[in-house]
Design a protein around this ligand. Structure first.
Ligand SMILES: Cc1ncc(C[n+]2csc(CCOP(=O)(O)OP(=O)(O)O)c2C)c(N)n1
Ligand code: SF4
Length: 473
């Protein structure tokens, strides 16, 4: 006998914290299909025991707040870009189960290219495409899937082929690609159809457990409010109007796991060759224990803030740590502002963005003005006092004033100020060994005749920290 369990799935939060009141209900309108689709997904997550592995991508649209409901990993993506975000997650977190949940405006409108390319690459993700033939969240504008003759806010006389084109069948489009393993269109119009839909949902998610590849479920879903119907009428409208245009059927279900999605591993040697790093640099085993470094190096273009970041990241990798480097340029090549975000960690780094650095290296006054307040309490600021006349206002951070540009000028090359501050940072933080940087500099610097002066700048930074740290902190 089939046991029916009338309970809230474990994969939903017990309480929905979005509003001060109504913590037990979602924000969806009465009769909306999103709630049904959510419940199916949550139940199947429970059944497959994958709650700890799921990363749920919520879109822009009525389901934007899915992260208030699903007690799983959540990322809210910019409009239409969930398949691109999911690509990054599925490729880096190999144990993750990526769910991309998108409306028709999100997936078939603004996000059309992102979904087609993710499908074409056969990314490991289950996509739930909620087709309610209208833009729900914004009050009912025409969607790519709006039916011919359907009245919406932007087609008050009804959609017309000549003016608006025909409704787009996303399953049919995706079915023209080779890579996807599972494509099905389902309907939420009545209980029998919901039970059928559930099977397709489960298959798409089970494919992720098996890492089989891209699975796509289009869900014909009611939006009674924007269709200006009662919930019951909206169900009938799905059967009588939507289903004839968007036939409910399975388009593809490939049983065997496609071989082409096996990950290609690169040896350390191949990686070094790719980045033209010479082999005498030995990458140390990943054993080092450090506190995470979130570093912002900022200055004007031409001060070498980007290359300082690259050098730091390279040193970290050579020492068996993980590191990211994220450049941010002003519109000007030279003279404009520029900053590099570097993260160094013994753990996997989820995002290269540094919002609150615990280390700020400010090479000019605008950089200190911009980033001083963002430094986390207890953090450390190195100020290039040759170009910054003011003192740091914060009292909850450590500060070292280093006349880096003057030191570099005395050495004969003012652009080595970046290396002076790196020397200071490395001795102060003790995260990286200055000997590593001494090895990395000759390899990284393109103009080989400048190697010596850069090594001198490094030594000057090391020495200045030792000599002056006490006096200036
Ligand atoms: C870049 C950008 N463009 C436009 C919007 C406005 N906008 C918000 S939701 C939405 C469409 C949502 O419709 P759909 O994807 O069908 O989801 P539904 O609300 O019906 O579930 C649009 C155009 C936005 N938020 N961001
Ligand atoms: S507007 Fe439509 S899609 Fe959005 S919550 Fe209401 S019924 Fe659902």
């Amino acid at each position: 006998m089939v046991k029916v369990k009338h309970a809230k799935p474990e994969s939903f939060y017990k309480v929905y914290e979005r509003k001060l009141t109504t913590k037990k209900v979602t924000h969806y309108c009465p009769g909306c299909g999103h709630g049904v689709a959510h419940k199916l997904i949550a139940e199947i997550i429970d059944e497959l025991g994958i709650q700890d592995r799921v990363i749920f991508l919520s879109p822009v649209g009525c389901s934007v707040f899915a992260y208030y409901y699903f007690d799983v990993g959540n990322v809210q993506c910019s409009h239409g870009m969930a398949p691109a975000v999911g690509t990054g997650i599925a490729r880096t977190l190999e144990n993750s189960i990526v769910i991309s949940y998108q409306g028709d405006g999100d997936l078939a409108g603004i996000g059309m290219s992102a979904i087609i390319h993710a499908a074409n690459r056969g990314e490991n993700m289950a996509v739930f495409f909620i087709n309610n033939a209208i833009y729900g969240m914004t009050g009912g504008q025409m969607a790519p899937t709006t039916l011919l003759g359907q009245k919406t806010l932007t087609t008050p006389m009804g959609r017309s082929t000549n003016r608006d084109g025909n409704p787009i069948g996303m399953c049919e489009l995706i079915n023209s690609l080779t890579a996807p393993v599972f494509i099905e269109r389902v309907s939420l119009a009545n209980p029998a159809r919901v039970i059928k839909a559930r099977r397709a949902f489960k298959k798409a998610l089970f494919n992720q457990v098996e890492r089989k590849g891209f699975s796509f479920v289009e869900v014909l879903s009611p939006c009674p409010v924007n269709w200006k119907m009662s919930p019951l009428e909206s169900r009938k409208w799905i059967i009588n109007k939507l289903e004839p245009v968007f036939p409910v059927q399975n388009f593809r279900d490939i049983e065997e796991k496609p071989e082409r999605y096996e990950r290609v591993e690169m040896s350390d040697e191949e990686l070094l060759n790719l980045f033209k790093i010479e082999k005498e640099m030995e990458i140390k085993p990943k054993t080092k224990k450090i506190s995470d470094q979130h570093i912002k190096i900022a200055g004007f273009g031409g001060q070498g803030v980007m290359s300082a970041g690259v050098l730091l990241a390279n040193c970290a990798i050579m020492e068996g740590l993980n590191s990211t480097w994220l450049p941010s340029y002003g519109p000007e090549m030279r003279g404009g502002t520029a900053n590099a975000s570097v993260i160094i960690s013994e753990n996997i780094i989820g995002s290269p963005v540094v919002d609150n650095p615990n280390v700020l290296i400010a090479m000019n006054a605008p950089s200190l003005d911009t980033f001083e307040d963002q430094v986390s309490p207890g953090g450390f600021i190195i100020v290039n006092s040759s170009l910054i006349n003011r003192k740091v206002k914060r009292e909850d951070v450590e500060v070292l004033y280093v006349p880096a540009s003057e030191i570099a000028k005395d050495l004969g090359l003012i652009t080595t100020a970046n290396i002076v501050v790196l020397g200071v940072y490395m001795v102060k933080s003790r995260v990286l060994d200055t000997e590593t940087l001494k090895q990395v500099i000759p390899i990284s610097i393109k103009k080989k005749h400048l190697t010596e002066v850069n090594l001198k700048a490094l030594q000057a930074g090391i020495d200045i920290f030792k000599e002056e740290a006490g006096a200036h902190i």
